[in-house]
Design a protein around this ligand. Structure first.
Ligand code: SAM
Length: 273
């Protein structure tokens, strides 16, 4: 395959905010993947489809080059000019290297899959951004272990997960030891999968109301879910029926609910308004 030696720097917006491009390796979260098995696992988790791939935070290409071998168009996005220059010299023709900030990068407007070994310091903004972007189908993410667990609702869901659950299905794939990176970070990582639901549990038009409801339940007053839900407009009989159907224990907290229990509670509460 011929080499693509160019780096695309979108002109419509700055490639990076002031100071970022010259930031040091530590500041940019440059913990590069050096474990072959982890790289292979990330690539295996990319769905078998014809869609293009976008890789955020491509670094020196530990994932980019194996992803390129899938034979699909790949856009590799990276902020560090040394890394993009280096990457552009080695990628095959199906890879475009874009120097840009992943918090501002404009992704394709057709369906695509996304891969990102997330710079640890950007985890929450990256997740928030992803949830609002419309066209990716699966995101394969490497994040800190605790974040991967929390986002996949292992051991209890967070408000952020609950707020996006009707539209995205998160899954924890595996733990990745800190030794899989150079330099070695202080904590382990995990592989987190996010799938856009082919059939969302609620229409997008209800998103704002649902998210407000989830926040009110998570942060609302009341001893336990039953009381909280009554304050959110469910009758006591509705709460009892809902708890029975979704096997919600008497002492359960908002973090203990699954996606369907959230959606049904919201739907019942909306009926009462
Ligand atoms: C954890 S490393 C991953 C590198 C490579 N994908 C790998 O797995 O070895 C994160 C990468 O994100 C880049 N980065 C940090 N902040 C960024 C930003 N705002 N936009 C784009 N890339 C960023 C860093 O320069 C670094 O190369």
């Amino acid at each position: 395959m011929s080499r693509n030696r160019s780096v695309r720097t979108p002109v419509s917006r700055p490639a990076s905010p002031p100071g970022r491009a010259t930031a040091g390796a530590h500041e940019l979260g440059q913990n590069l993947l050096v474990d072959r098995e982890v790289v292979d696992r990330v690539v295996d988790l990319v769905p078998d489809a014809d869609r293009p791939l976008v890789e955020w935070a491509a670094g020196r290409g530990a994932l980019t080059l194996p992803l390129a071998r899938l034979g699909r168009p790949v856009e590799a996005v990276e902020i560090d000019p040394r890394s993009t220059a280096r990457l552009a010299r080695v990628v095959p023709a199906n890879v475009t290297v874009t120097r840009a900030d992943i918090l501002r990068h404009a992704p394709p407007s057709d369906p695509y899959d996304l891969v990102c070994n997330v710079p640890f310091h950007l985890t929450t903004p990256v997740l928030r951004r992803l949830f609002t972007l419309p066209d990716w189908q699966r995101a394969v993410l490497v994040t800190q272990w605790e974040v991967a667990r929390k986002r996949a609702a292992v051991g209890g869901a967070t408000l952020l997960t609950a707020q996006w659950w009707p539209w995205f299905a998160p899954r924890l794939d595996r733990r990745v030891p800190a030794a899989a990176f150079r330099p070695r970070p202080s904590v382990d990582a995990g592989i987190l999968l996010l799938d856009r639901r082919a059939e969302p549990l609620l229409p997008v038009a209800r998103r704002r109301d649902y998210q407000r409801f989830a926040a009110a339940v998570f942060n609302g007053p009341g001893r336990g879910l039953h009381e909280i839900l009554v304050r959110q407009g469910l009758s006591r009989a509705d709460v009892r029926r809902w708890a029975r159907e979704h096997r919600v224990a008497p002492g359960a907290l908002p973090r203990d609910l699954d996606a369907r229990a959230w959606v049904v509670a919201f739907t019942v509460a909306s009926r009462g308004r």
